[in-house]
Design a protein around this ligand. Sequence first.
Ligand code: HH2
Length: 324
Amino acid sequence: MKPARRERARGSPGMMKVSPGTGTPRRPGPRFPEARPGWEIGAGRMIDLTRPVVMGVLNVTPDSFSDGGRFTGPGEALEAAMAMVEDGADIVDVGGESTRPGAREVPESEELRRVLPFVRAAAHRLPVPLSVDTRKAGVARAALSEGAAIINDVSALAHDPEMGAAVAQAGAGVVLMHMRGSPETMASLARYRDVGAEVAAELREAVARALRAGVAPGRMVVDPGIGFAKNAEHSLALLGDLGAVVSLGYPVLVGPSRKSFLGAVLGAPADRRVPGTAAACVMAYLGGARIFRVHDVAPVRQALAVADAAMRAAGRDRNGGGET
Ligand code: HH2
């Protein structure tokens, strides 16, 4: 592809000069000017966003759609988390409530019983930050006080009115994910005229909600919510064009791992969607996503490492000219 066309395809100003022969821009400059180089999370830590970040999924649920019922106790779950870190996970995300389509809400006491023993065992032993996938302020507060550093809220602070304050007071990082309704009702709400624009507009409201609660902008990450109030076509359209979501100016996380939209394309069951997951992550990475929530850490890490290396070699990495 000719460099000039490449620039246009990426939405850059079209004026950038390119050195003959190498395709390397002479004037290094941010290709995603709004994106932040780091994500501030709890305990004064910062996640480097100048390279793709892999968040490993660890569900301590009996009923998650692809990995429920794997562990009998926190020790086993910790071993699995350690293995993910060895495979290259930068963050481990633990969840105690399945949010698959149609799933019923789990009572707070049950979610705490599932999640908290693992957080206690893992937060100070894992060499990477621990994120907790929850919609409940009570679970978030307990987990943050035990050393978790990030709250991943699939309701983007809308489910529990106390959640924003819980995140803000702890100085935690937060993932604001797009969804409509709840996991029980979301399938019927998957109606869009322009899915990218509408998801971005609704995420902007989520950001405003977080700001009102006192969450600092540098602690927020946005997520288009692949498979949440989206049919396969919507999920694919978002992965193919994240432009509107990226232009909100917050780092973008995507979670395509093993999801049903991949089944719609591949006709493969959840446990045979790893290459498809890796392709979806690379696609999202090229579109500006920076954080990838996946079950299969090693293959996705590898796919993203190659994509990142190729972008840098071509001078197309996010800071331009391979300078970082
Ligand atoms: N997807 C799931 C759960 N949490 N969080 C974010 N930020 N983004 C996602 O896409 C996302 C998420 C659903 O996947 P999984 O945890 O594997 O399944 P279940 O909800 O059945 O536990």
